[in-house]
Ligand binder design. Structure first.
Ligand code: SF4
Ligand code: SF4
Length: 259
């Protein structure tokens, strides 16, 4: 069993992205985020990504359906069913070959050890965090979620990639109706989490999941001609709805570059 066979297997099991981060890249992470706290003899972290279908954002984009599109297929079932199954089945296959394999998904926010998924995905060569706080991959932009398989199997790492999607962009910041994002010159925009927790613009999990919120959908629109996974038709079709904290709706016409 080697890196290539593991990646092929992961793809057959539904993974859209797979990267490997060897121990020397993450062993100095804080104990509360470190794979070694979970598995003392871990040598490799296999980071498995599944894309979030663009179509799952449609109901929120049009303001017509939140629950049975994004909340189900883009969020809850995506994480707790589709991705979970891929990660679990990959771990099963690795154990069949005689190597322990620990599947890890961040399903319990109260867990004592929560690996830094974004950092491990970056160290596995799958992309980099964008200024809006979303992890961005060259293939899908922000449209993916990650799970991990920890194993003592020694595997070569994938090259870490540099991305400059955010240069001269700021679309997520401009799109936030609550002005929760601020450019203070740092690598990431500063974010007012209290505002996100009360956001009624498509945020889920008290602002913990912002992929389909106004900021996330603006990122999708900004990157749709830059990512590898492109579509024949533009995502944004109509005027953009926004809600303030009091639930008042305003509608802003499309800017020419958006359609
Ligand atoms: S989740 Fe809502 S409040 Fe937070 S940055 Fe995105 S659009 Fe703004
Ligand atoms: S919208 Fe632009 S600035 Fe914001 S995270 Fe996406 S690419 Fe970066």
């Amino acid at each position: 069993m080697n890196a290539d066979s593991i990646k092929q297997l992961a793809a057959e099991l539904g993974a859209d992205l797979v990267g490997i981060a060897p121990k020397n890249r993450w062993e100095s992470l804080h104990a509360a985020q470190n794979p070694l706290t979970l598995m003392p003899d871990c040598q490799s972290v296999i980071v498995v990504g599944r894309k979030i279908l663009r179509g799952t954002f449609r109901g929120i984009e049009e303001g017509t359906n939140f629950g049975s599109t994004y909340h189900a297929y883009g969020c809850g079932w995506h994480h707790g069913l589709f991705l979970l199954r891929t990660v679990h089945n990959l771990a099963c296959e690795i154990e069949k070959n005689g190597f322990e394999a620990m599947p890890v998904l961040n399903l319990d926010p109260r867990a004592a050890v929560i690996p830094d998924y974004q950092e491990l995905a970056r160290l596995a060569g799958l992309g980099a965090p964008g200024r809006g706080g979303f992890f961005l991959s060259p293939r899908y932009g922000h449209r993916q979620r990650f799970g991990l398989v920890l194993t003592p199997l020694e595997l070569p790492g994938d090259p870490v990639t540099e991305l400059d999607f955010c240069r001269d962009c700021g679309a997520c910041l401009k799109a936030c109706p609550l002005h929760a994002l601020k450019d203070t010159g740092g690598a990431l925009f500063e974010r007012n989490q209290a505002l996100c927790a009360n956001c009624k613009n498509g945020a889920v999990d008290a602002g913990g999941d912002r992929y389909a919120a106004s900021c996330g959908r603006a990122c999708l629109v900004a990157l749709e001609q830059k990512v590898e996974n492109r579509f024949r038709h533009r995502f944004r079709k109509r005027s953009v709805w926004e809600r303030d904290l009091e639930n008042r709706v305003t509608v802003r016409p499309l800017e020419p570059k958006e359609n």
